[in-house]
Design a protein around this ligand. Structure first.
Ligand code: PL4
Length: 403
């Protein structure tokens, strides 16, 4: 058979494996180099006691007649759906609107399958590559325009220091699906309530659906900033939200996320999106792990929530260290105060060139901003996920080599 033509349209490799490829190549030539990664946003700290105990207990239960369970509901464990709605959304969404899953990234892929390829799509530029690359795979983006470094049928919404990382919404007036991430990966910017209201009004006026990615919501410490789009009036009519335990709990390898689809969200013809999401979920997904879902219930009791705050607090201290180091050596930095990413500008330079230079001189891996979209050119993303000693050493090396 012939290869799916859309796969051939994907640019180079997927960003994160490409970073690992370059790191491996560097190590082949410099086998003694002690590389520290501030690149991929991958959690490093061990799970905390309360959640580990819950995972062990849930596993042990499976070895008993009374505790064994096979396939569960595709939509997720009812008790967990209810607890997410109560503890993380303060009851502004209902448990029936929460669908648990094996992660936010996987849900984004399934949402793309649900929307199909006959939709127009807008993304923040820069943005998490899955929104664009997943849309490419299903054939919703048109051809890649090399001169503009973007796909022809896709609307890119530049988010730069100059516009306070909030896009000009005039540009997405004719789009069906708008991917919007806050706290943002990679810029670390968090949209205000007022900005989200503008986005919601724009979506309502243009009959767009917002896919709101809140994977870093727990990193918001400023009480004035919204943790979920559903805090904003009108959101239930135009938005759905993907979220994840990966970053607040260290579940990157354990895998557990969820998507909230409000009952009011409909297509132009009045059909309910939640019904389609239910249908897609039941058809191509078999439910999140029963062990992990049972354990996640404990993550949302008082002791679990306290552990979650500590995990987030640890990585945010790392973020403060990285941010200060870069600032002190004169680099223009953004993010890192309500998000685990620091977005650093290197004027007049190509992102991959600065990536290579820092890899060679400081043996520190970063993520090149251009990998997140054309507006990311000239920037690097620094991730705060790392052991404290590695963060401190990486910062000492950066100070020496960038200073
Ligand atoms: C590397 C905005 C990281 N191989 O773990 P999940 O699937 O629940 O959540 C993934 C996710 C969803 N939404 C946003 C994200 O930033 C992420 C994770 N991104 C990064 O460094 O940007 C991990 C990337 C991983 C990947 O491709 O996702």
């Amino acid at each position: 058979m012939e290869r799916n033509k859309n796969i051939a349209k994907l640019r180079e490799g997927y960003l994160f494996p490409e970073i690992n490829r370059r790191k491996r190549k560097f190590l082949e030539n410099n086998p003694n180099a002690k590389i520290i990664s501030l690149g991929i946003g991958n959690t490093t700290e061990p799970l905390k006691k309360h959640i580990t105990k819950a995972l062990v207990e849930a596993s042990t239960d499976l070895g008993t007649v009374e505790g064994y369970s096979g396939y569960g509901d595709e939509q997720g464990l009812t008790a967990l759906r209810d607890r997410i709605a109560e503890k993380l959304y303060g009851g502004i969404v209902s448990g029936e609107e929460v669908f648990t899953s094996d992660g936010a990234k996987c849900d984004i892929g399934r949402l793309q399958v649900m929307f199909g390829n006959d939709v127009s799509v807008a993304v923040q530029d820069p943005s998490y590559p899955v929104y664009v690359d997943g849309s490419v795979i299903i054939g919703a983006t048109g051809e890649f325009d090399d001169s503009k470094k973007q796909f022809g049928k896709m609307t890119y919404l530049p988010c730069t220091p100059e516009n306070g990382f909030f896009p000009d919404l005039e540009r997405c007036k004719k789009t069906d699906v708008i991917y919007f991430c806050s706290p943002n990966n990679p810029t670390g910017a968090v949209s205000t309530k007022k900005q989200l209201k503008e986005l919601i009004d724009c979506a309502r006026d243009n009959k767009s659906i917002i896919v709101y990615d809140a994977a870093y919501a727990e990193y918001i410490t400023d009480k004035k900033l919204p943790k979920t789009i559903f805090e904003i009036e009108g959101a239930r009519d135009v938005a759905l939200e993907v979220n994840s335990f990966s970053k607040p709990l260290g579940f990157t390898g354990v895998r557990l996320g969820w998507t909230v689809v409000p009952n009011e969200l409909t297509y132009d013809g009045g059909e309910k999106v939640i019904d389609d999401w239910n249908r897609v979920t039941c058809t191509i997904f078999n439910g999140a792990s029963n062990i992990v879902q049972k354990a996640a219930l404990s993550a949302l009791d008082d002791a679990g929530l306290d552990e979650m705050r500590k995990t987030v607090g640890f990585y945010m201290e790392n973020a403060a260290i990285i941010r200060k180091t870069l600032k002190d050596v004169g680099v223009e930095v953004y993010g890192g105060d309500n998000a685990p990413y620091i977005w650093a500008r290197f004027p007049g330079r190509k992102s991959w060139d600065v990536f290579e230079e820092i890899l060679e001189t400081a043996n520190v891996v970063t993520t090149p901003g251009s990998g997140f979209g054309p507006a990311g050119e000239g920037f690097l993303r620094f991730s705060s996920f790392g052991h404290r000693k590695d963060i401190i050493e990486a910062c000492e090396r950066l100070e020496k080599n960038l200073g």
